[in-house]
Design a protein around this ligand. Structure first.
Ligand code: URA
Length: 240
């Protein structure tokens, strides 16, 4: 990895600022001053210091965001704001991406990381990672809907959904529910309700595998996962 990228990733400023540090002779690799921003270093074996202080390298970041409505679950878009646009540069420079997609009008738990292996583990259809959503539905949700979701419902393209758990929190002219699904088809929750003649008015993801949305996070806010949350998530395949 290039020395300027390593230093930018470890919080020594933008690439431009890092270049100045290098120019000033503040950076040493294995006790030798390095001024060339393009120099390649191995963060695992080379000893890098800035003003004599060892640089602690980290490769991955893991963020939990409470996604607001109106932003895309994508890394970049020419016209619309993405969840990555909401990150400070200190995090964005790790080039993270959202793990799976929430619709533009869906809120709630979104894991953002640059750890492709963990993302793959969580998204692989073979792993059946459960995702739980809170939703407001435009009409009365009944036990018949719970039974239908348990059996699997046919979506508009003929796909039969895997068994899902519907928990009715409040039933009435509009209903509050929680739905746990173990797959991630496009617009799945909305289409499952359409399959039983109902419409999702509001949708928020509250969990994914062992990871639960921190209710302290305001919409658009994010924080790093705690070591415990990360450990649970990484060992998750044994849980499901
Ligand atoms: N299901 C949906 O319909 N939308 C989402 O954003 C997530 C799940």
């Amino acid at each position: 990895m290039r020395i300027d990228k390593l230093l930018a990733n470890t919080g020594y400023g933008s690439r431009k600022e890092v270049k100045l540090l290098l120019k000033a002779g503040a950076v040493k690799v294995n006790e030798v001053i390095v001024k060339d921003a393009k120099k390649h270093v191995d963060p695992n074996s080379d000893h890098v210091t800035v003003h004599g202080v060892p640089v602690e390298y980290r490769e991955y970041i893991y963020l939990m965001m409470n996604k607001p409505q109106g932003v895309l679950s994508a890394t970049e878009d020419h016209h619309q704001k993405t969840v990555i646009d909401l990150l400070e540069l200190d995090y964005a420079q790790f080039e993270p991406f959202p793990v799976g997609r929430l619709d533009k009008d869906t809120e709630g738990l979104l894991l953002i990381t640059n750890d492709g292996q963990l993302a793959h583990q969580l998204l692989s259809p073979k792993k059946h990672v459960p995702k739980t959503y809170f939703a407001v539905i435009n009409s009365e949700v009944t036990e018949a809907d719970s039974a239908a979701f348990r059996q699997g419902v046919e979506l508009d393209d003929g796909y039969l959904t895997k068994p899902a758990e519907l928990n009715i929190l409040k039933s009435g002219p509009t209903s509050d529910i929680e739905l746990t699904i173990t797959e991630g088809k496009f617009h799945q929750v909305k289409r499952m309700f359409e399959a039983v003649g109902k419409r999702v008015l509001y949708l928020k993801r509250i969990s994914m595998g062992t990871l639960y949305l921190d209710e302290e996070l305001e919409l658009g806010e994010y924080r790093e996962l705690t070591p415990e949350e990360l450990k649970m998530l990484q060992s998750g395949q044994e849980v499901y």
